[in-house]
Structure formats: C-alpha cells, structure tokens
Design a binder for this molecule. Structure first.
Ligand SMILES: CSC[C@H]1O[C@H](OP(=O)(O)O)[C@H](O)[C@@H]1O
Ligand code: ADE
Length: 290
C-alpha cells in the first residue's frame, strides 16, 4: 500500500480549489524548467491533495506554452499518485451539451509544437498509450460527477488541437464526421502521454462549453460564450473534486491497470549506453526503474 495523493490540473476558468486543510502554495523546481505556477498542497477528508492551475493564475500560458513536462515532473516529485485533468472543451455531439461533463477515455493527438516525451537521445523509452486514461480513476470521476448531480457522459474521444485559434468549419466537420471525435480541446496532449511516462494514473474530465463550429443552430465558437458557460462549469468542477478523496481513499494498492508500472519494460537504451545527464533529469519521473 502507498499513500494516495490526488492532483487536480485545473484548466481554463479553474485557478484554485477551496476547502483544502493546511493549504499552502509551494514552488517546485524541475529539470524541465518551472511548472505553470506554484502548486497548492493540502488535504481533503484525510487524503493528500495537490492543485496546479494549468495556465497559471491569471491565465498566463497558452495551450502551446504550458510547460507540460515540468508540470508532470513537479507533481511526481511531490509524491502524486493520481492526476485528474479538468478541462474546458467543445462538443461534437448534440447529446453532449454545454454544461455537461464527459469522462474522456481516448485521445487523437493533433498537436505539433510541444515537447511530448521525457525520453530521447541518451535514454530512449516507448510506453503504451493504447488506453491513455486509468479506468479506476475515471470510475471515481464518473461517480463523483453523478453524486454531485452533474450530467455526465462516460467515455469519449478528445481531439487535442494545437490552437490557439479554434478550428475551421471544415476541420470541425472532419473531426466529428470522419474521425469520430466527441470533444475538442487544446491541452490534454501531451499531458496524458507524459503522465503515463511518469507512471501516474490519469483521468480527464471534459467540461463542455460549446459546440465548436459544426452545429447549424449554434454558429461559430466564441470565447465570451465559453467563459460564460465556464463560470457555471467551474462550480460543478469544484463539487466533483470535493467528492474524490472519499471515493479514492487514503491508502492505495498498485493500479490494477498497470499505470504505475508503465516503464517496467519500456526503456530500450542499454544501461551502459545511457547518457548520465539525461538519466539525472529522469530522477523523479523514472527513478523507480533507472
Ligand atoms: C477558454 S477557451 C480555449 C482554452 O480552454 C481550454 O483550456 P483547458 O483545456 O486548459 O481547460 C482549451 O484547451 C483551450 O486552451
Ligand atoms: N471548441 C473548442 N475548441 C478547442 N478548445 C476549446 N475549449 C473550449 N472549447 C473549445
């Protein structure tokens, strides 16, 4: 058994969480640079918690410039075991309406201007992301949402676009009709891939703010409308988060889906061929196997 430590990465509109006992913003330095902001630590119902505003307080980082590697490394360094992403998203499905939540289980990664791995020359690793989210953690998110009276959909494919502009109509139609995506956002990749490399359980809660630009009755996506919907969603997001500690508990068995052992057979570079400087940077993320 290890001790559970739940991290919430708050997306657009969520820059803090309330109700943490012993709440303290702490600075965490990483070999990948500074995280998006300080990290709020504390406990809720006897369970250790951490909160990181993905874009920084005041919304400083764009989806492209969010320091994804530093964020995941910093959470791992703090002893986090479970990461829950809470994100604003557009919907490609009539039935996934603004105000609804979707517990995402798949991703299509269309981002192209971000560092996507902790590994590379000097220490090469290949982890599986066939199932990029943790079913156990996703179960807890679904239950927490239902208990909080939120209209929640279990399962959905999140298309991660580079941004910062929203999609063209042709892109929106293609993602929806040909690619089968359910929701669209700009940040869950490479975050989910990096969480897997760091052997952290990851779940993603998409808070629907709009119908992107495909919907004939809703016109094009507009940030003012998104912010308005976000205000309502952010409260629901907080209600969901408050229920997670009781559902996950303070003690944690090994993940039955293997998220916490993702690196077991992933590193290909022979021990004597590894670059010591690269290995040193991986102390937190891959220290268990290096
Ligand atoms: C505020 S609209 C676009 C912006 O919102 C989402 O951010 P996050 O995923 O961090 O909630 C989306 O991905 C864009 O970054
Ligand atoms: N339609 C949309 N496209 C990309 N990111 C979003 N975040 C919220 N709505 C979005």
């Amino acid at each position: 058994m290890t001790r559970t430590k739940i991290a919430v990465i708050g997306g657009s509109g969520i820059y803090d969480i309330d109700g943490l006992e012993g709440a303290e913003w702490v600075q965490v330095d990483t070999p990948w640079g500074a995280p998006s902001d300080q990290i709020l630590t504390g406990s809720l119902d006897g369970v250790d918690m951490a909160f990181l505003p993905r874009h920084g307080r005041g919304h400083v980082h764009s989806p492209t410039t969010v320091p994804y590697r530093a964020n995941i490394d910093a959470l791992k360094r703090l002893g986090v075991t479970d990461v829950i992403s809470v994100s604003a998203c557009g919907s490609f499905r009539e039935e996934m309406a603004p105000g609804d939540f979707v517990v995402v289980d798949q991703f299509i990664d269309r981002t192209f201007a971000r560092e996507k791995s902790f590994f590379g020359t000097g220490c090469v690793a290949h982890v599986s992301v066939a199932h990029p989210t943790c079913p156990r953690l996703s179960d807890a998110c679904e239950t927490a949402a239902r208990d909080a009276g939120i209209s929640v959909h279990r399962g959905g494919t999140y298309l991660a676009m580079e941004g910062p502009q929203f999609s063209t109509l042709a892109e929106s139609q293609m993602y929806r009709e040909s690619w089968g995506a359910d929701v669209i956002g700009m940040t869950n990749m490479p975050e989910a891939k990096l969480a897997r490399e760091a052997e952290l359980c990851y779940a993603s809660v998409a808070m629907i703010t709009d119908y992107d630009s495909w919907h004939p009755d809703h016109g094009e996506v507009d940030v003012t409308q998104i912010i308005q919907t976000l205000m309502g969603n952010a409260e629901k997001g907080r209600a969901l988060v408050k229920r997670l500690p009781a559902l996950l508990g303070a003690d944690r068995a090994p993940c039955q889906h293997g998220c916490d052992r993702a690196l077991e057979y992933a590193i290909l570079t022979a021990p004597d061929a590894r670059d010591p400087d690269v290995v040193a940077k991986l102390d937190s993320v891959a220290g268990r196997v290096l």
